[in-house]
Design a protein around this ligand. Structure first.
Ligand code: PRX
Length: 654
């Protein structure tokens, strides 16, 4: 654990108490929160069972809340039956049928709205369309779409018929899409002709065609939404237009009742190997986590307009766009495009124009917008905003203070929410009407979430000045159930480090004397670039697939906007390139990685070397490479290196 990190958080002593007017209207105040914590502490399983009965609609009630017989493959509410789409749509048709469920704005300024009744009708039509293509319970459907309401409809339609969706972020490349389709064994791909992003068309259909050109034998049909209207290739035997197929469908479709343990979705995320893992989530437990955290953390009420800026390709877009808010009958806002189109005021204009009350985004966006200056937010009326949120990476105190001042006008609470693809819903976060905040801390675990900080031996870290591993010691309903097709990897990755006693999150954390948590970063070989996880091995395998590359090692380097950027050390076949050749190859390799994985993996820096620093047993000294990438003084002992002379060459910037 880095003592620098601990030192920096120890110097942050500012404390912001919830404003009295917020507390007065909050769903949960300090007493309410204490009561929930006490109930969870007294009976962990009973606490969650009570919430599951109260917050979700069941077709068949469950009789057993938690089944630990196959631990760590825990099962929650398994003999209960429900349908996630019925919980998100049908149950609101009575009281909220005419309430707006989704307000949408495209990057080019087009606006669309769907009431709960309209959304229900569209989801039913799509669900019937999927059935007409032979898709049913347990079949996998990959969704590769822009950030438009139809992406949420596609997820909800799968849920309605018991199909398992796997959304692939539209910024991922054709080969990343192919790998995910193949691992999931998907029968159907739902995509669009393209999407609008940063003034360009994202060529989704073209990438889909490329992905399907090799392999992907399980895919029989491709459903294509017309979004941009530009010309795309349509294979008459395989591809169908969304609008043509939906025109024939009824807007009624009975939900398929499934066990609470039925998989709702797979979502691929990076780990410390080259192969992304398909995180498998359940139906009942997952929805419960997404539903209650919207109430606790976002204080969600009927008159809110909730805007979570995350793409549906990430877990945040699942839990806080597609499922949690709709399960609560809320109005959500969706925006298709980039935050700076046509200018740096776009996010704030959207907040003004749509009356956004709750705004949830990532530190990377906050830092980028902060850099563009205070003159942008002041142009717009942000007076409807009442709560701000942050997710995806540690938010540095400077960005927190800007968010608080320039957007929150020093009044609005900020919820810094720590969680992961694997946890399904928010785990550690302030409850805005109850918990005072400190800039840069995600504060304390939510009720029913048992977080510990442990040392290498799994012993609780008692000293408030020490960091440790973030672990979760009791199962919780929205936890991942397994890794698709690889339960051994599930056990090894999350449950093997401390004799299976707890879930190991892969983050290091420091808990201060007030019990506040300060996330320090990943302890594995996973980078966090703009709030997105990226395995160093994934980038390394992309690099070594290039004909000129013999060996590569990738590390993270702190970056002002992105949090971390990709820094690659590359050993070429033949002579080490220099001068123009090096410059040309650098560009080629950067594009190569972007094409292979997606633009977010594009290395910012590439440095060529004749060799990599290795121990005598052949292990690459990554810590040393991290120091070199950061231009730090080398303090590590290099005497154990096989090739100590290499350090000087690696540190040279020519
Ligand atoms: O390192 C933590 C960081 O993001 C990782 C999870 O990434 P992912 O599965 O892509 O999900 C991101 C959105 C939930 C964590 O292991 N992280 C997430 N939120 C925070 C954070 N680090 C610090 N503070 C946060 N609020």
């Amino acid at each position: 654990m880095s003592s620098d990190n601990i030192h920096s958080v120890l110097t942050e002593t500012r404390l912001f108490a919830p404003q009295p007017d917020f507390v007065a209207r909050a769903r949960l105040d300090a007493d309410g929160l204490s009561a929930l914590h006490a109930a969870a502490a007294a009976d962990h399983v009973g606490f969650w069972a009570g919430l599951a009965r109260k917050e979700l609609g069941w077709q068949t009630p469950f009789t057993e809340a938690l089944d630990s017989t196959q631990a760590p493959n825990y099962r929650w509410f398994a003999d209960g039956h429900l349908n996630v789409s019925a919980n998100c749509l049908d149950r609101h048709l009575g009281a909220r049928g005419d309430k707006i469920a989704i307000r949408f704005e495209g990057e080019q300024g087009d606006v669309a709205t769907y009431t709960y009744r309209q959304l229900h009708g569209e989801v039913c039509k799509l669900a019937n369309a999927l059935k007409s293509l032979g898709i049913g319970r347990g079949d996998r459907v990959v969704i590769y779409m822009p950030m438009v309401p139809e992406a949420v409809m596609a997820m909800q339609a799968c849920a309605r018929i018991g199909a398992i969706h796997s959304v692939v972020f539209g910024g991922f490349s054709a080969s990343s899409l192919r790998d995910r389709i193949e691992d999931a064994g998907a029968k159907l791909l739902i995509t669009a002709d393209g999407g609008h992003r940063a003034g360009h068309i994202v060529e989704l259909k073209k990438a889909a065609d490329e992905a399907l050109a090799e392999g992907c034998a399980t895919i029989s049909k491709v459903l294509v939404l017309k979004r941009t209207g530009h010309t795309v290739n349509l294979d008459p035997d395989r591809d169908l237009w969304w609008h043509t197929l939906l025109a024939e469908q009824s807007d009624r479709c009975d939900p398929e009742w499934v066990s609470a343990e039925h998989p709702l979705f797979l979502l691929y995320t990076s780990g410390s190997t080259g192969k992304p893992k398909g995180i498998q989530h359940s139906s009942g437990g997952y929805l419960l986590g997404a539903t209650v955290t919207c109430q606790w953390v976002f204080d969600l009420r009927d008159d809110d307009v909730f805007w979570c800026t995350a793409d549906v390709g990430w877990i945040t877009g699942h839990s806080y766009v597609a499922y949690g808010p709709l399960s609560n009958g809320a109005t959500i806002l969706m925006y298709e495009g980039a935050p700076t189109v046509p200018d740096a005021g776009r996010f704030w204009k959207i907040c003004q124009d749509h009356g956004v009350t709750i705004f949830y985004t990532a530190p990377t966006a906050i830092r980028a917008l902060m850099k563009l200056g205070d003159e942008w937010p002041v142009k717009y009326d942000l007076s409807k905003l009442r709560l701000l949120g942050s997710v995806g990476e540690p938010i540095n105190p400077e960005a927190w203070m800007w968010y608080h001042t320039a957007i929150g006008k020093q009044k609005l609470p900020i919820v810094d929410t720590w969680w992961q693809t694997e946890t399904g819903s928010i785990m550690i976060s302030p409850v805005p009407g109850a918990v005072p905040t400190k800039p840069g801390s995600c504060t304390k675990p939510l009720p029913g979430i048992a977080v510990e900080v442990v040392d290498e031996n799994g012993e609780a870290v008692a000293d408030a000045n020490m960091g440790g591993y973030l672990v979760i010691t009791k199962p919780w309903p929205s936890m991942l159930r397994t890794i698709w097709n690889d339960n051994d990897r599930y056990i090894k990755t999350y449950w093997s480090q401390f004799q299976g006693r707890c879930y190991v999150a892969g983050d290091s954390v420091h808990r201060d004397a007030d019990g506040y948590h300060w996330i320090m970063g990943r302890v594995d070989d996973v980078l966090n670039v703009s709030g997105h996880r990226l395995g160093t091995m994934e980038v390394e395998s992309a690099l070594v697939a290039h004909p000129r590359v013999a060996e590569a090692a990738v590390v993270g380097r702190p970056h002002e906007i992105k949090g971390e950027s990709v820094f690659a050390f590359v050993v070429c076949k033949g002579l080490r390139p220099s001068g123009d050749e090096a410059r040309q190859l650098t560009q080629e390799l950067r594009d190569w990685v972007a094409k292979d994985i997606g633009a977010l993996a594009r290395p910012d820096d590439i440095r060529f070397a004749e060799n990599l620093p290795k121990t005598r047993s052949g292990k690459i000294m990554r810590r040393l490479l991290r120091s070199i990438a950061r231009d730090e003084q080398i303090t590590q002992d290099t005497s154990t290196l096989e090739n100590p002379g290499i350090v000087e060459q690696l540190a040279r910037k020519d």
